[in-house]
Design a binder for this molecule. Structure first.
Ligand code: 5AD
Ligand code: SF4
Length: 417
């Protein structure tokens, strides 16, 4: 049987999709090129913004037609939307075979077995030979309750995973050939398992000789300790990239968002990180159009972006989510204004990111090669910037030096040295 998994949303979902793929391969299924060729389709959903839910429902609409042609098609819905809206999915899409929420991923193996006609037992390791990085989830859920965010309501309170289990998973990953470990959690820097905090966890992981690079995301500014900054500065296995969501440059909005820091506190932390780790790339998230956001509030965000000069900025239009405190606020910002502010900030931040990348022109950077197709390799430098270069050889998994010749806001290209 051929399977196809469509992943919507964050790296946590990508990781869960990888795990589901592994299970399907172990059971003797093969991966399909696209959704229309598959016998099993899984939609791994996200609920952080309305647009993500809309995408899931439109994919499910297409699958309805496919199931009318092929009644044996198996359709599964997993992830965050499946967690909190399973009733709605089942009633709106009666042709869906199963719904498994983000907190019930353990049920996937036994559920999917019911639909696989000729189950065999395969070792699924073959597909992993080319894997360069592996996601490792170190915590689940979130207890921060930012007022706009659905995650704590869907995924439940923050729970740190047993550190012995994390180390076992990492050992497995590097033995399978992974060079880079990407630690995932809604708020990784507040990790704490029986007194092992995030800094200690990073120290333990870097003791493994086979781990070449460590990344992590995402961080909450309120939990970013001096100890952690020091560890990153001295530990050369930890990549020079920190994703540090600011969300807004206005103190009134930050307060209404329940972010628990002021813009000034964020700026102090930002500067401390930059001074302690000079080659660090700091990226951020911004939400435009939180209820009550005035022109002045937006101006503060725009100016923060200019002042801080992020290496990359992810700008989201505010989306009202069920169960959240912000969804009860009345003073919503009209979509037209949100769109205008979004465009203004996006254009300005792209100019900034490109300018920041320009410092690499004619410099040689070390990159880890992730993929190779049509004589073009895609790699990443320590700062998490994508680097493309031409080569005749498949260098996947190797670290090579590239002289940068061209930069864009989110990627660069150059010549293999
Ligand atoms: N609307 C818009 N953006 C949101 N995010 C989280 N919730 C919402 C929402 N309701 C953004 C935040 C977060 C990122 C992952 O998604 O910026 O950091
Ligand atoms: Fe959502 Fe805030 Fe938790 Fe991030 S820290 S998942 S934005 S509640």
């Amino acid at each position: 049987m051929k399977f196809y998994i469509e992943t919507i949303g964050c790296q946590m979902n990508v990781n869960d999709s990888n795990k589901m793929a592994e299970i399907l391969l172990e059971k003797g299924c093969v991966s399909a090129q696209d959704m229309l060729n598959a016998d099993i389709v899984i939609i791994n959903t996200c609920s952080v913004r309305f647009s993500a839910e809309h995408k899931a429902y439109s994919l499910l609409g297409r699958l309805k037609e496919q199931k009318e042609i092929n009644p044996n098609l198996v359709i599964g819905v997993t992830g965050c939307m499946a967690q909190y809206a399973s009733k709605e999915i089942k009633s709106r899409c009666k042709y869906v075979d199963f719904v498994i929420g983000a907190k019930e991923t353990d049920l996937f193996s036994q559920t999917i077995s019911k639909y696989i006609s000729t189950e065999k037992n395969f070792e699924a390791n073959k597909h992993k030979n080319n894997e360069v990085f592996r996601y490792i989830t170190i915590m689940r859920g979130c207890s921060n309750f930012c007022s706009y965010c659905i995650v704590p309501h869907v995924r439940g309170p923050e729970v740190s995973i047993d550190y012995n289990e994390i180390i076992r998973e990492i050992d497995k990953a590097v033995n399978d050939g992974a060079k880079e470990i990407i630690l995932l959690g809604q708020n990784v820097n507040s990790y704490n398992y029986e007194g092992i905090n995030f800094t200690r966890l990073l120290q333990k992981i870097s003791q493994s000789d086979k781990v070449e690079r460590i990344r992590f995301m995402t961080n909450h500014p309120k939990d970013f300790s001096d100890e952690l900054i020091k560890e990153i500065a001295v530990n050369n296995k930890i990549c020079r990239h920190i994703h540090l969501p600011l969300q807004s440059g206005s103190n009134a909005i930050l307060k209404a968002m329940n972010r628990k820091y002021t813009y000034e506190q964020y700026e102090t932390l930002f500067n401390k990180i930059k001074q302690s780790i000079p080659d660090i790339n700091i990226t951020s998230d911004i939400i435009i159009g939180f209820p009550g956001e005035t022109d002045e509030d937006f101006k503060a965000t725009f100016e923060a972006s200019r002042k801080l000069q992020f290496g990359g900025l992810f700008i989201f239009k505010y989306s009202s989510r069920p169960k959240t405190l912000a969804s009860k606020l009345k003073n919503t910002v009209p979509l037209e204004i949100i769109k205008k502010r979004h465009t203004l900030l996006l254009e300005d931040s792209n100019i900034i990111s490109k300018k920041i990348n320009e410092k690499y022109i004619n410099k040689v950077v070390e990159v880890l090669v992730e993929s190779f197709e049509n004589n073009t390799a895609q790699a990443k430098n320590s700062q998490n910037i994508k680097v493309f270069f031409d080569t005749d050889n498949n260098l996947v998994g190797q670290k090579v030096n590239i002289k940068i010749t061209k930069v864009l806001p989110n990627s660069m290209s150059g010549i293999l040295q």
